[in-house]
Design a protein around this ligand. Structure first.
Ligand code: M6R
Length: 611
């Protein structure tokens, strides 16, 4: 939540800030602002989307400067107003600061600063006051930052400039992300590498509780205690084009269509010439994996739905019990975690606060943690024992799409790897499944090449206020995910149910013409298939309009469909990778036709970095 940026270099800071904020707007769009130091410190900020700030800059241009900070906000403390927008200034306007996170002891600190005049209701402004006090008292900006962070509780990444120190930006990082971009004669600080990708692809990962000082040519990292900090430099393996819409109307639509490639990239290099699985980033000793007696998958939102699907696959292949839990619930219920529990955290961003806290909690209980993540160097993988990166490229649309399908692939790979290591599947069985995995990108492409019916359906059902989604087995989490997509971007009531639960309550919701999406498992699973076909008949008999996603040629299911969306044949466990595609497209099209901002739905932000 919130995107922050800092810059020191030879370019025009205002231009760099605005370009960077544009690429980070998905992180929060309640307000935006920037501050630069040229002849003097200047600030511009505006409530609402970045376009408002752009307009302000046209009417009140900012002076030429080569040093600046910027912020795009998802509001926590204080509403989305001009005054609450960042940057915040110290009382004399000497220091400007942007903040991502929550300062939990802000009220106590505010009370201590009795007499000071605050211009906003934010927790962040307190940090600006404290910082300015320290520099006015003679500390350098770095010393002042060190002094201030020692007083703060909560999560905070701060980036600050001082009008009297024109060549330097100083930042501190605790819990919220911050990366250094290293260019030629310029340095960047940002929540997300996307914000500086057009200038450099060289990045340095900042650790927990570190302070960094950048100038145009240097970056110096120390711990909160002043000791030299260790960092990891890396090359970003995607470019500017990946962070742009490339002709699509929405990032979400672009990302939906990128899925075959994202899945292929996530599989790449994971399978040896002998058809065995090699997970290079898995740094847990296989001997230790053989001792595991329980797996707990922890995640939020869409990643949680991927975890629900993982349970079916991993239990089936490894015969290990798998629990799946929403991260925000996990830590607070005192879960039974032992050193032989394997915890798998799934997070596209790698920064979700609840998932991060769950990771830490699991490690405190001496469990091994493997994270599945799409963001190189993010906090969750850094703090895990091992990581399986999904290679989806940047996901910018708030609604997760390629994040989800690549998470599924990583879960399948992990399940098969565990089966291989633990000997619960024969080599030839694994090889067969691997072959099916490798065939998925082409089958996904076939679904995406044939979306006419889905798009027509979206336009026909546009005005419907309620939608149901049903599935059994792995089709159940697909139903949940289909409903979530529609809720979050089309603002309609959509619910996913386990089809077998229908008769225990939800069927009472079914009335004439209610659109009901049903995910039907492939016919290989006879009983499962037949049960779902019965469920279709049950809702149809009560007047529902049935939209059936089933294997091509499944005449039994098609017979009860008002709309039949055929899917290529795959093993049951892999069907979610295909079945979710029309549901993503449906949601995107409904929201788009309604005129909503698909990429930046109301009240949401891409990565939820506060609990
Ligand atoms: O970055 P993460 O995968 O940890 O994010 C988890 C959820 O916040 C995320 O999946 C959210 O539910 C998406 N907006 C769903 O489309």
């Amino acid at each position: 939540m919130c995107g922050i940026i800092g810059y020191a270099g030879h370019r025009d800071a205002g231009t760099v800030m605005m370009a960077g904020l544009k690429r980070m707007e998905y992180r929060g769009y309640d307000s935006a602002g920037l501050a630069v130091v040229g002849d003097r410190l200047e600030v511009r900020k505006a409530a609402g989307k970045l376009a408002n700030l752009e307009r302000q800059l046209q009417t009140h241009p900012i002076g030429e400067a080569h040093l600046g900070i910027g912020h795009t906000r998802w509001a926590t403390h204080g509403g989305p107003t001009d005054a609450n927008a960042h940057p915040h200034l110290g009382p004399a306007g000497r220091v400007a600061l942007v903040h991502n996170g929550i300062i939990e002891n802000a009220d106590a600190l505010r009370a201590e600063l009795a007499g000071a005049e605050f211009r906003s209701e934010t927790d962040s402004e307190v940090a600006a006051h404290l910082l300015e006090r320290a520099v006015v008292g003679g500390r350098t900006l770095v010393e002042a930052m060190r002094e201030v962070v020692a007083r703060l509780e909560g999560t905070f990444t701060l980036v600050a400039i001082d009008a009297n120190t024109p060549g330097t930006v100083v930042a501190a990082r605790r819990n919220s992300p911050l990366v250094i971009g290293v260019g030629d004669g310029e340095r960047f600080l940002a929540s997300d590498v996307a914000s500086f990708i057009e200038y450099t692809r060289e990045a340095v990962e900042l650790g927990q509780d570190q302070i960094v000082e950048i100038t145009a040519t240097t970056h110096t990292v120390t711990g909160f205690d002043g000791t030299p900090g260790t960092t990891r430099a890396y090359h970003i393996d995607w470019d500017l084009a990946a962070a742009e819409k490339g002709g699509y109307d929405w990032f979400m639509r672009k990302e939906i269509f990128e899925q075959p490639k994202a899945v292929a990239d996530t599989l790449l290099g994971r399978i040896t010439a002998r058809g065995e699985l090699a997970l290079d980033e898995t740094r847990i000793d296989p001997a230790q994996l053989r001792l595991v007696d329980k797996i707990v998958v922890v995640a939020c939102g869409t990643a949680y739905h991927a975890g629900l699907i993982a349970k079916y696959a991993i239990e089936h292949w490894t015969r290990l019990p798998v629990e799946v839990e929403i991260a925000s619930e996990f830590r607070y219920r005192d879960p039974v975690i032992t050193p032989t529990t394997l915890v798998v955290t799934i997070s596209q961003s790698g920064e979700t606060a609840d998932t991060l806290m769950a990771t830490r909690h699991a490690r405190e209980q001496h469990a091994k943690v493997i994270s599945i993540c799409n963001t190189n160097g993010a906090t969750i993988p850094r703090e895990s024992d091992a990581v399986i990166y999904t290679h989806a490229g940047p996901e910018i649309g708030v609604a997760s799409t390629k994040g989800f399908t690549t998470q599924l692939i990583a879960c399948y790979l992990l399940g098969l790897y565990l089966a291989q290591v633990r000997g619960t599947k024969f080599g030839d069985e694994i090889a067969e499944l691997v072959e099916e995995l490798e065939a998925l990108p082409a089958k996904m492409q076939a679904v995406l090449d044939d979306l006419g019916l889905t798009l027509t359906l979206a336009r026909d059902l546009l005005r419907e206020p309620v939608y149901l989604f049903l599935g059994r087995h792995v089709g159940y989490p697909v139903a949940l995910e289909g409903a979530l997509k529609l809720k979050e971007i089309a603002y309609v009531h959509a619910e996913g149910f386990a089809a077998g639960e229908l008769k225990h309550g939800p069927i009472a919701l079914v009335e004439n013409r209610l659109p009901v999406f049903i995910v039907v498992p492939p016919r290989g699973r006879d009983q499962l298939h037949d049960k779902v076909v019965s469920n279709i008949q049950e809702v149809r008999a009560r007047g529902a309009r049935t939209i059936v996603l089933a294997e091509a040629g499944d005449d039994e299911a098609a017979a009860f469909a008002d709309t039949y969306l055929p899917l290529p044949s795959v093993p049951t466990l892999f069907q979610p990778v295909l079945a979710i595609l029309p549901l993503q497209v449906f949601a995107c099209e409904v929201a788009s036709q309604k005129g909503y901002d698909v990429d930046q739905p109301r009240n949401l932000a891409k990565s939820v970095t506060v609990e």
